[in-house]
Design a protein around this ligand. Structure first.
Ligand code: S3P
Length: 182
């Protein structure tokens, strides 16, 4: 009997297609994405890394050289032209859902999951790894929390269009898998 029900759940989880993880910088899209992909036996892909490999330049360098507007255009192009496998977990850059029709495109091509965390938690997590993130350089302490709070408010209308909104505090890959099967 137990076998039957676990067979059913395996069946469901094997048909997930593309799962896009979205959320602010520092929300854990990459870490969680890797774990989820390994649980499901899917490929994990990170669009920031795909961008960097394709362009042969880090995102930080790209921003400095060409500016944010050029980055957003190319980021959207990478999202829409990359050849994805049938099933995969795709981590996206924090700003990606908020430009052009990227959010609608992801919803049309797969499932979207917003990993939601409060500004203070994001700031604590980002404190030591913000140098490679061009939008956060030069922001510290309370100014960093304030900046994140404002950006998050601006971005949440886009993030909230996700198929699933997951509380990012102590979020595990098991929990995401559970949310996906509902
Ligand atoms: C950005 C987030 C970064 C990267 C770029 C811009 C943003 O990705 O795409 O630095 O606008 O929030 P992560 O969310 O993976 O850090």
């Amino acid at each position: 009997m137990n076998n039957l029900s676990s067979d059913n759940s395996t069946q469901t989880t094997k048909q997930l297609g593309l799962i896009f993880l979205i959320g602010f910088m520092g929300s854990g899209k990459t870490t969680l994405g890797r774990k989820l992909a390994s649980r499901l036996g899917y490929m994990f892909m990170d669009l920031d890394h795909i961008f960097e490999a394709q362009e042969g330049i880090t995102i930080g360098e790209y921003f400095s050289k060409y500016g944010e507007e050029a980055f957003r255009k190319l980021e959207s192009e990478v999202l829409k032209t990359h050849k994805y496998p049938e099933h995969a977990i795709v981590a996206t850059g924090g700003g990606l859902p908020c430009f052009f029709d990227n959010m609608d495109w992801m919803r049309a091509h797969g499932k979207t999951i917003y990993i939601k965390l409060p500004p203070k938690t994001l700031a604590d997590r980002l404190q030591n790894e913000k140098d490679e993130r061009p939008l956060l350089r030069e922001r510290h302490g309370e100014a960093l929390v304030q900046f994140i709070a404002e950006k998050l408010e601006e971005r949440e209308p886009f993030y909230n269009k996700a198929n699933i909104i997951a509380n990012g505090l102590s979020l595990t890959a098991e929990r995401v898998e559970e949310l996906l099967s509902i």
